[in-house]
Design a protein around this ligand. Structure first.
Ligand SMILES: Cc1cc2nc3c(=O)[nH]c(=O)nc-3n(C[C@H](O)[C@H](O)[C@H](O)COP(=O)(O)O)c2cc1C
Length: 140
């Protein structure tokens, strides 16, 4: 049984490139070994992450991420059973919202993942991926 979850959280400290690199390095290795795919979006002070895979693996990973002290106020905003993955190309894609083109920032002035519905958040993530703002290249 495959599931997809999406959560939002607030960075506990400055989002340095060292921290981002460390998270992605762990994520890409563990996720690949455990057949997890997904995307990590990083905005000013905020993380937004989609994880998909076997129900047991996603639950185990989510509980570890939840306990990670590099972020706080972790809120689950979406959880569903799925027939197929959306982010199958990436063990963990990375999208930096800081590097969004100005058009998107204007288009989404009031986007607040803490109050948006899971469907809206997922649609936004898909737009980000489609607009080519992904930093991480797909797994080979
Ligand atoms: C925002 C954020 C996203 C993360 N995403 C993942 C991930 O996708 N996969 C992963 O293995 N670890 C991820 N981590 C790291 C885990 O929280 C944790 O540090 C790592 O799995 C090691 O767990 P352990 O310290 O219990 O051994 C993430 C951490 C943060 C702060």
């Amino acid at each position: 049984m495959l599931i997809r979850v999406i959560y939002v959280s607030t960075s506990a400290g400055p989002q340095t490139s060292t921290m981002t690199h460390s998270i992605l390095k762990t994520a890409q290795a563990w996720n690949k070994a455990n057949d997890i795919t997904g995307v990590l979006c990083q905005g000013p002070g905020v993380f937004l992450q989609a994880l998909e895979g076997e129900r047991g693996s996603v639950t185990r990973l989510y509980s570890r991420i939840y306990a990670d002290q590099r972020h706080t106020d972790v809120k689950l905003i979406h959880c569903e059973s799925i027939d197929r993955r959306r982010y199958e190309k990436w063990s963990m894609a990375h999208v930096s919202l800081q590097e969004l083109d100005p058009g998107k920032k204007i288009e989404w002035p009031e986007f607040d993942p803490y109050s948006a519905s899971g469907q809206l958040v997922m649609a936004r993530i898909d737009e980000l991926l489609a607009s080519g703002t992904v930093i991480q290249s797909p797994d080979s």
